[in-house]
Design a protein around this ligand. Sequence first.
Ligand code: XIL
Length: 345
Amino acid sequence: DQSLRTLAQRHGLAIGTAVDMAALDDPADPRYRQLAASEFSTVTAENVMKWESLEPTRGTYNWGPADRLLAFAEQNNQRVRGHVLVWHNQLPGWLTSGVADGSISDTELRDILRRHITAVVTHFKGRIWQWDVVNEAVSDPWDTPSTLHYKGFWAEHLGPGYIADAFRWARAADPHALLFYNDYNIEAFGSRDPANDKTQFVYDMAKSLLAQRVPIDGIGSQGHLGTQYGNFDTFQVAEALRRFAGLGLATAFTEVDVRSQLTEGVQAGDSNEINPRLQASAANFSALLRACLAEKHCLSFTVWGFTDKHSWVPGWFSDPPEGLATIYDENYQPKRAYQEMKADL
Ligand code: XIL
């Protein structure tokens, strides 16, 4: 058995994927389910544990799809990363409109958040390995103002103290789950803008949370990369993991994909144009995986979808069009990135 999960097991590393429940449930697409089971030892819900999916109508939780993912994981001896408890995106309409029209006050909002975290963590109690408790709370250097700050819906309404609260509420509901802060653009220190270093900001945040005895166990580095931004090397990435480990925190790569721009004239069959992109994509998957292998507190390496047939990239990055971000092509043929990961393992 030469699957990624078997090879990674020798290193004590879990290899994961985000799972698209529509694809998993599609009887016309059996390969998706087969590969999700055979290649990976951990799974993440791509969407079905987000607030808008779990509680589309106020007071009525829809656990079905997430419960089915957990059953799949248990059948296949996989661990589960819970994603996500607190995030500014994919919130239910009743919540955002209630806040916008003033029918939900900020005091009530904090209470709603506490009850949501408690309900969700309690529902899945004992079955989640790592929870993404807070996701993407920090701005990027390209935002305005470029000075890094706590951004988005929750910080605007509750102030940055919601982060400590969220971890405490999650710990109270399931004391055995590992609690993660998860974000993108934190793969290396100073990688995009040394003056506004998001990795350093998250490091300082984690340090201060720990100093306040907030129950945070790990930092999730999403790893959404693009070949147009150049290549990471293993050393700079390992250095970032090592510094987080120095705080006493675990780390994980939680959403790795490496997309490319599909410039005019580039088509799937056009190997002269495609090959350099596939090589660059593979090199970045490899840099992150090797860094994780080199750092024993790096617990898992999760890709955000494993096939270009079911990847969020073309739908999300469409101007200019981007794609080719995963380790299998649209026909489930392994790409350079898959081979490179195998070679690293
Ligand atoms: C994405 C999903 O892949 C899409 O299907 C959805 O439409 C939008 O969200 N960071 C995260 C993930 O933490 O939850 C996002 O997932 C991708 C970026």
